[in-house]
Unconditional design. Structure first.
Length: 65
């Protein structure tokens, strides 16, 4: 598994850091080249990605990158 961090901003201009986790592809030559990715905030809240917009699953926070 690999990860990267990148900045995001909410509607009020507050800054957040989004952490992207990607599963490493299996050594299988038939495996898809797209690794599954999941997104979280530093406090562990899960995010759903829609292009450059990320939302918490409950919709209480929307971030843009």
């Amino acid at each position: 598994m690999s990860f990267r961090q990148f900045p995001a901003t909410d509607a009020n201009g507050d800054d957040y850091v989004i952490i992207e986790f990607k599963d490493e592809p299996a050594g299988d030559a038939n495996a898809s080249s797209d690794a599954h990715a999941r997104y979280e905030l530093a406090d562990g809240r899960h995010l759903v990605r829609d292009g450059h917009v990320f939302r918490t699953s409950g919709g209480e926070l929307t971030l843009s990158t």
